[in-house]
Structures are given as C-alpha cells and as structure tokens.
Design a protein around this ligand. Sequence first.
Ligand SMILES: Cc1ncc(COP(=O)(O)O)c(C=O)c1O
Length: 406
Amino acid sequence: MAKNLHEFMDKLRAIGSDEIIDVKKAVDPRYEATTFMRKLELAGRNPMVVFHEAKNLKGGKAQIPLVINAFASRKKLAIALDLPAEQYKMEPALELSRRYNQTIKPVVINKSDAPAKEVIQLGDEVDLFDYPVPITHALDGGPYILGGSVLLRVRVDNPKAHVDLNKKFGCSPDEALRLLFLAREQGLDVAGLCFHVGSQSKSADPYLEAIAGCRRLFDQAAEAGLHMRILDIGGGFPIPEIDDDFDCEPMLYEISTALKEYFPDTEIWCEPGRFICGTTVNLITRVIGTQQRNSQQWYFLDEGLYGTFSGVIFDHWDFELETFKAGKKIPATFAGPSCDSLDIMFRDKMTPLLNVDDLILVPICGAYTSASATVFNGFAKAPRVVWEDIAAELDETAATVLPNAG
Ligand SMILES: Cc1ncc(COP(=O)(O)O)c(C=O)c1O
C-alpha cells in the first residue's frame, strides 16, 4: 500500500499521463482548473491532475498544489492497493474484501515516519484564502472545500403528496439520534437535519409536522451534546395543476411562521425544484395522425411518452392540451410517435376535433419532463427555444406576413 500521497503519485507517474498529469503552468482555480478537467473528461480521460502553480484565493501563488481526481478510475484504486495496474476490474473489490477480513492490529510508529499531520496550522494561522480552493462553475455561490459535513434525512410520511419521496430515503425519527451520533463518531461534521415532504405537496401540514419533529430531534441531540446548525426543509412546493390554480402563498406563510417560531437561530435551507421551473416551459407538439378505432377517436402526436410526456409516467402528471379550437369536445386517445404500445399518454381526454398538422400547446412542462425524456426509437428530444431569443425575430416576421398585426 502506498505509504502516502506522494508515493502514490510516483506510482501513477511510472504509468504515465493516462493516470497523472503534472501541470506546471500557473492556473486560476476560479473556473480554469475545472475547465481543464472538463476538457480531459470530454476526451474520455480521467487522470489525477496536480496543478503545481495554482493561485490562492488572494491571487498569489498557493503554497500547496491543487490536486483533482485523486481516485477517479478503478486503475488508480488498484494501484493504491498495490495491485498491478491491469488488475482493475474485480480485483480491487476482492482485495478490499480480503483486507477487511484480515484486519491488522494498529502498530505504533515513530512520529517522524508518520505520513500524517505533516502540516499543522492552529488558530489564527489558518487562512482559507491561502488555499487554491476551486470554483467549479459559474453557478457556484463561491469557492468551497468539501469538508465531510452531513445532514441526516428524516422520513416524513405524507401520502397526500403528488409524488412520494419517502419510500427510498429518510430514517424514521426513532432512529435519528443513533445515526446522528454514529455519523459524529465516524468523524463527520453533523450539521443538521433535512427532509422532503414529497413533491407537489398542497398543504402546509406535513411541513409543520416535520418542522416540529425536527425541533424535538435538535433538542434531544443538543441535550446529548450534539449542537446542529442547519435545517433543510427540502422541496415539494406546488404549482398550478389542471383545474386547480393553487395559490401557495398562505401555505408558504404558515411554513415560514413555524420556522421562525421553532428555529429562530438555525440556518434554514430549502431545495425547491418544480416550483422554480415547472411553469417556465411550454411544449408545442403537432398532430401527425388521426384515426377512428372501435368508434374511439385517436390522435398521434410527434411527442410521446418517451419524450416530454415521460412526466405522465415518472411524475404522474396530467398535462393540459391547449388546441386553440372551438367546437364540441369529444373523448379521445392521444398517443406518441414510437413503435411501443405503451406510448399512449391520455385516454378519454376531452378535446375539440383535430386535424393532421394542428399544433397543440402544452403548458407547465418545465419540471420532470425533458429530464426523463429519452431518444427511444431515434426520436430526438424536443428542441428548446428561448422566447426572449426569438421574440424580436417573430415580431418582424409577423409584421411582414401580417402588416396590420398589432
Ligand atoms: C432531495 C430532493 N430535493 C429537492 C427535490 C425537488 O423537489 P420538488 O420538485 O418537489 O421541489 C427533489 C426531487 O426529487 C429531491 O429528491
């Protein structure tokens, strides 16, 4: 086993630039280092990269190098375990399991031989701005060092949520204290608790219950000497649905009041997903076929269950179809373009009569749609057009085609 990081890096150097690259040019950890990594990734390469001349957060030369991708391949894991580089498939797992089964007793060695605590800084000597801390991309709030901080996810039973997110994640409140202390024993910084009441939750009640429950856990943990500082209330905030133009302001007010009452001094996080982007995207789809089958009207669209309408399956979402047609509505079946019989989005959906080439506007397609869409059967995902980018061009076209258009 390599004795320390330097020995490990020397072993990688003996293999070559597929496993390690030493960058001797000055590099700015603000985007530049990660841009370099991204380029390598796009080229299908994942070596450890040592930036020897990285700048620190004050713009000067950092006294320590920036190292990225230390274990980013199975080959590197094999080498770290003293296996030959070509034994990187099953062998590292087997070797680890062998070592777990044959643990060795700790051996006391000389301090001078110990490859740990080689650099020690205490108190005011510590200045994080001296380090080459990367900013990964433009959306990062700032430079950050991953420091082993964890939140414990607590389960919230909420059968009323549109999508239940508590079947796979979250411990029961009874288990929470044991897990919090276990995490601390393992050397993690136990920063707080998090929960998610389930997506598209139209009541404040599950949030209020969860907030009160978390308060109890914060207090019990504090009594036992563990002081937590963050509560993350997850997502779940709802957007309008067909026939329910839900106003969530009163609900948000209730949640915010409870947070102020129960957690006045705690840092509160939330992770809204659907609420931020759900209403920002509309789909425009075209009728590509019509048919009568057993007296039922069928419409085939150029977008289906394998595309944007994947939200019908994965998000259990019912989409509104705006056809811009007047007239009597009939129940119809809407199917997608693929070869699969599963590719039926709606049955008995009320619609005016439609013709081939009619366009349909589908509002509220911004969440859980294109993310789960596929290119099954060779149908590309729906292209995205940003309204602000094309609005002026469309206005010009409209003025030419329809000179009297307002
Ligand atoms: C951990 C976590 N946070 C936030 C979200 C976003 O949830 P929502 O879209 O309901 O706001 C999800 C959704 O799956 C999630 O799993």
